[in-house]
Design a protein around this ligand. Sequence first.
Ligand code: SF4
Length: 360
Amino acid sequence: MSPPLVIPFFIPHQGCPHLCVFCNQRLIARQTSEVQTFDSEAERLSDVIHTYLQFKKNRSRVELAFFGGNFLGLETSRILALLKAVQPWIRQGQIHSIRCSTRPDTVTCQVLDLARPFGLETVELGVQSMDDRVLTLAERGHTSEDTRKAMALLKDNGLKTGVQVMVGLPGDDDFGAVHTAEALTELEPDFARIYPLLVLGGSRLAQWYRSGRYVPLSLEQAVDQTKKMVTIFKCAGVSVARIGLQATEMMDDAGQMIAGPWHPAFGHLVLSALMFDQACEQIDTVLTGQIGWKGIEPPGEKKSVVLQVHPRSLSRLQGNRKTNLDRLTQTYPGLSFIIERVETLDIDQVHAHILGMSPK
Ligand code: SF4
């Protein structure tokens, strides 16, 4: 089944009682001034919906998403105004449900009772970390316990749940990233999004960065930590809906980014790194199983290994600028590699066999 068409309607940073250290005040002020009265906002919403519906194609489901702010923390009258503005499309069957992103500490029975009858079906929590020390340093204004309570409440109300987490927060590290992913899998969210923390101009983090108080992750570190989180989520059956920050979400002006592990294809880097690891495991297995290789010496006379992937994963296997292939050649100096496209494999699978020996 094709994924739903998600129509994003941004309410940038609205409804938020806090100012996290990584938030960009200049951006908030500018975007907030662009949001006008309810009437004009309803018009803006209508305009966005009409534009996106043109791209529905053959997708059977359409969801309207209130992103970019703390939706359930808005004033009740504002929440109602926005939800009511979507109803004509829901009644006509053109939009099937509503989703929103929100802070864990604004999820209450009252606000869920208010929103659910209007078609709210999915809530994404801005969790960021499950380490209270890290949350305090980032001045998030909520705790990991708030996340646990919010998740329980959302599930009790039959809502689909997503969690948004960050790598590279002040005071966080590899261990913290792993802990956050593991703690979240215990709460059984339906999906996760992982973002690397970037230093944006106008944020307090930018001041910390300039004074040396905060050192961002390198791109390599961010990819590695994200890779570990993805692995934990996937092993627990939590799908990873997005990796990396979409350009339009916070980076509409590249000048806003002062430092941090920014890469336009961050998600691809992470998925390529995961596929490299998987390819190595597969190669080790066939070398050990088929020719008794012990993993110390090059495997005898030069051999060719066939790596099979789904056609859509070819670039993932090759890696950015073919770095994975270069690394494979360095890791296995006695081998050459042949890539075969196999439609029947899953998108994130890679199989290996030695040329001339049938795959097991
Ligand atoms: S919770 Fe979200 S909207 Fe509020 S200050 Fe932090 S990043 Fe900004």
